[in-house]
Design a protein around this ligand. Structure first.
Ligand code: GLU
Length: 430
């Protein structure tokens, strides 16, 4: 295990790469820090991750050969509580990306005011190429190699891109074997039968729906007749699409990594879910015309939900975006230069650290239930999630109006202010 205490990045270098997620996060952070007039010491602390782990993960493949993967876990900040954040399995994972995502988790937990810090993890691999057995061995060995930081009071993983309840079950089991007793609260997003929370699987998509509903109310746009395009049909996009449809909006376009479909009369999401359950991907779904992921973003819809990966809205396509509302289901779907363009166009952007915070909010509920050993009904989970999302939406909106900034800057300012306040109270341990 190799711990790198500092991010390899000189302070204050110019933003060179629009699509580097760490740069994207830092640009927003710097702007918020400046507006907050953050003192230099706290500014310096919050600009650096607490801990970055890079580890080699050897796996015995099904063909009898050993392959070594790279695993990463970054604990960005733990001042407000245990580090919290998902683990993704993806070929494009990098230290910069995971660090940005860990910082975003820190701000996200602070925006919705739950007592967690921020973390993220990843393993560089192509999970679609791995068998179930290989995935399990990879997960268990990765877990073992970051065991020093894991724990209900120190670092609590959850699902993210290409990981799910099954992966969480393996992490929980591996950790528990090392502790010599069952520790349910070490991960969230577990299967309900082994301590997961009802409503966790749908929580991110449900949170996206709740903030879109609030935004429509705020902007005086009626629900009926409002059109939506959703990019991504995984755990976030598919649930958001289904719940928005249920709410009375018309979902005219959906997509996944194989491309999208468009139907001006609305896509019946139940049919799309059935198709994906059978065929794995949306490709070939017959109830609409095929479109590309790029075309989906530029459709003439009222609401756009990017719920796939980072950097899909850039300075190149931002001028062509026609949506009135963008609700960021993914983490970091909009680059920093694109923010300015959307702002100028008057698009109501509900930023990722607010829009997709429903997942980590119910993760918090799961962690609380595990520690209490007492489980809530699904109705109670949904009720409390609604309360948190609506309160946070209005906190950010009020903050934005008060400080004459957009919702992105407001959410960063609110979050950074909360984290900074705790740093001031705790002081610097010498
Ligand atoms: N991966 C999710 C996110 O990006 C959930 C994290 C969690 O529940 O800890 O917000």
């Amino acid at each position: 295990m190799q711990s790198v205490p500092n991010i390899v990045r000189p302070d204050k270098d110019p933003v060179l790469n629009e699509e580097n997620p760490f740069e994207a996060m830092m640009e927003r952070f710097d702007r918020a820090a400046e507006l907050l007039n953050l003192e230099p010491g706290i500014y310096a602390v919050l600009r650096h991750p607490e801990k970055q782990i890079i580890t080699s993960v050897p796996v015995m493949m099904d063909n009898g050969e050993v392959e070594v993967f790279q695993g990463i876990r970054v604990l960005y900040n733990t001042s407000r509580g245990p580090a919290k954040g998902g683990i993704r399995f993806d070929a494009k994972v990098s230290l910069d990306e995971v660090t940005a995502l860990a910082a975003w988790m820190t701000w996200k937990c602070a925006v919705v005011d739950i007592p967690f810090g921020g973390a993220k993890g990843g393993v560089i691999c192509d999970p679609y190429r791995l068998s179930m057995g290989e995935l399990e061995r990879l997960t268990r060995r990765y877990t073992a190699s970051i065991l020093d930081v894991l724990g209900p009071d120190s670092d609590v993983p959850a699902p993210d891109v290409n990981t799910n309840e099954r992966v969480m079950a393996w992490i929980m089991d591996t950790y528990s074997m090392h502790m010599r007793h069952t520790v349910t609260s070490v991960v969230t997003g577990k299967p309900v039968a082994m301590g997961g929370s009802l409503g966790r699987r749908e929580a991110t998509g449900r949170g996206v729906k709740i903030v879109i509903r609030e935004a429509l109310r705020e902007l005086g746009i009626p629900v009926h007749g409002t059109t939506v395009a959703v990019q991504g049909f995984g755990n976030v996009g598919s649930v958001a699409a289904r719940l928005l449809e249920e709410e009375g909006l018309t979902v005219v376009a959906i997509s996944d990594m194989t491309g999208g479909v468009y139907n001006a009369n609305g896509i019946y999401i139940g049919e799309a879910l059935k198709w994906v359950a059978e065929h794995k991907f949306l490709e070939g779904f017959p109830h609409g015309e095929p479109i590309t992921n790029e075309e989906l973003l530029e459709l003439g819809v009222d609401v756009l939900v990017p719920a796939a990966l980072e950097n899909v809205i850039t300075k190149r396509n931002a001028p062509n975006i026609k949506a009135k509302i963008i609700a960021e289901g993914a983490n970091g779907p909009t680059t920093a230069p694109a923010d300015a363009i959307l702002d100028e166009k008057g698009v109501f952007v509900i930023p990722d650290i607010l829009a997709n915070a429903g997942g980590v909010t119910v993760s918090y509920f799961e962690w609380v239930q595990n520690r209490e050993g007492y489980f809530w009904s699904e109705e109670l989970v949904i009720k409390r999630l609604r309360e948190v999302m609506i309160r946070s939406f209005h906190n950010v909106l009020d903050y934005a109006r008060q400080h004459h900034v957009n919702l992105r800057t407001a959410s960063y300012m609110l979050a950074i202010d909360r984290v900074a306040a705790v740093h001031r109270m705790r002081g610097i341990y010498a």
